[in-house]
Design a protein. Sequence first.
Length: 69
Amino acid sequence: MANMTVNLKEAGKSRSIQTLETFLSGMDGIERALVDTEDGEVKIEYNENELSQEKIRTAILENGFQLNE
């Protein structure tokens, strides 16, 4: 398993956070996704043989979330 961290702009919106956690957890290859609403940090544990970091970032963007990069 590999780990990655991304930062969201919408960190304070609890409904958005729940939606993001649910959607990420449902993706094939993602073992765990935890969002810190204080700072917008999203920690993701995933199988690097099934997903790349770029695919995960793209999926987050395609679901309407904006990343702080």
